[in-house]
Ligand binder design. Structure first.
Ligand code: AKB
Length: 320
């Protein structure tokens, strides 16, 4: 007998931006749960060999409404995970491209849901919705936001649109404000928190790292396994449990590059780090240091499993 669970094993799921840092692991996790043929990966480029070989793939630009609708109708898609986005550091270089990608892809998916062509939507927000006037420690769910980056502005606007489509049209959209994500399967690209992955790669390769934010820059972070668990959990929850339809604060741990270096030295004693802050320092300085995620804990049972020590062990073991 197979595993007993309450999941609808026959629903078709589409991942937009499946080849990115989160998309890759999310696609593999969903395929593991629902079966390879039920989970359609899509992106504007091909992804890892494992992702490409394990199930259907469509070359798809999430900003192209007609092409997206064709794929949705062809596979009779019920759920969409919209993971395509331009992240904070790259978005500062290409503001209009970032705005077009981040907003138009969201409108396309929300409009498909409004027209009942899909049933449920996951859309990721970020700690980037907060800004320099936000309380830095234990940042509450509801507080001053005022993001100072293009990416943050797009995420805050997206949150308001998600809430609007839910209230006005009954769209079942669910969202999480991801902190910086740490993973070894697929490299991040264009984010301010990318140093938290690079540091492990360089520690193994070179035994040293030059960090683009200062040693005391403390940011909220999460190991990818926790992020995937949270994503599946919020999508599994009953609709009534999801009381926040903009996006939920989500937390696991907070640390600085100096804390990371100390944690790496437990395994690689000679590891050295120096600091050469660039334009990403100002972005990091505008974000919270720690997040209060009590609403996610209360509403849909969120609880993280990875701290810095466990994350370092997993990263160094798997990257080797
Ligand atoms: C970034 O650094 O831009 C992202 C994020 C925090 O959303 N990792």
């Amino acid at each position: 007998m197979g595993p007993i669970n309450n999941y609808n094993m026959h629903k078709s799921i589409l991942i937009l931006g499946a080849c990115g840092q989160i998309g890759t692991e999310l696609t593999l996790a969903l395929r593991e749960r629902y079966g390879n043929q039920q989970v359609i990966a899509s992106d504007i480029r091909e992804g890892s060999a494992q992702l490409m070989a394990s199930g259907p793939f469509e070359m798809l630009d999430a900003t192209n409404y007609g092409a997206l609708e064709d794929v949705v109708m062809h596979y009779e898609i019920e759920e969409v995970y919209l993971m395509a986005a331009m992240l904070s550091a790259t978005a500062e270089k290409f503001p209009m491209r970032a705005w077009n990608l981040n907003m138009n892809s969201l409108f396309n998916v929300l409009n498909l849901a409004k027209d009942k062509k899909i049933g449920k939507v996951f859309w990721p927000s970020s700690i980037a919705v907060f800004g320099p006037n936000t309380p830095k420690e234990n940042t509450p769910q509801h507080t001053i936001m005022e993001p100072s980056t293009v990416y943050g502005v797009s995420k805050q606007s997206g949150e308001r649109w998600c809430d609007y489509y839910h209230k006005k049209f009954g769209v079942d959209v669910r969202s999480i404000r991801y902190p910086g994500l740490i993973s070894w399967k697929t490299a991040p690209g264009g984010g301010t928190t990318d140093f938290a992955v690079d540091i492990y790669i360089q520690a193994i390769k070179e035994g040293k790292y030059s960090c683009f934010v200062s040693e005391e820059t403390r940011l909220p972070m999460m190991y990818m396994d926790d992020a995937i668990r949270a994503t599946l959990a919020i999508m599994d929850a009953d609709a009534e449990q999801i009381r926040v339809r903009s996006s939920y604060n989500l937390a696991a741990m907070s640390f600085s590059p100096a804390d990371m270096a100390a944690s790496i030295r437990e395994h690689i004693p000679g590891f050295s780090i120096d600091y050469e802050p660039d334009f990403r320092q100002a972005i990091a300085d505008s974000w919270p240091s720690s997040i209060d995620d009590s609403e996610a804990q209360k509403d849909w049972g969120w609880s993280p499993e990875f701290d810095l020590e466990k994350t370092t062990r997993e990263m160094l073991t798997n990257l080797k």
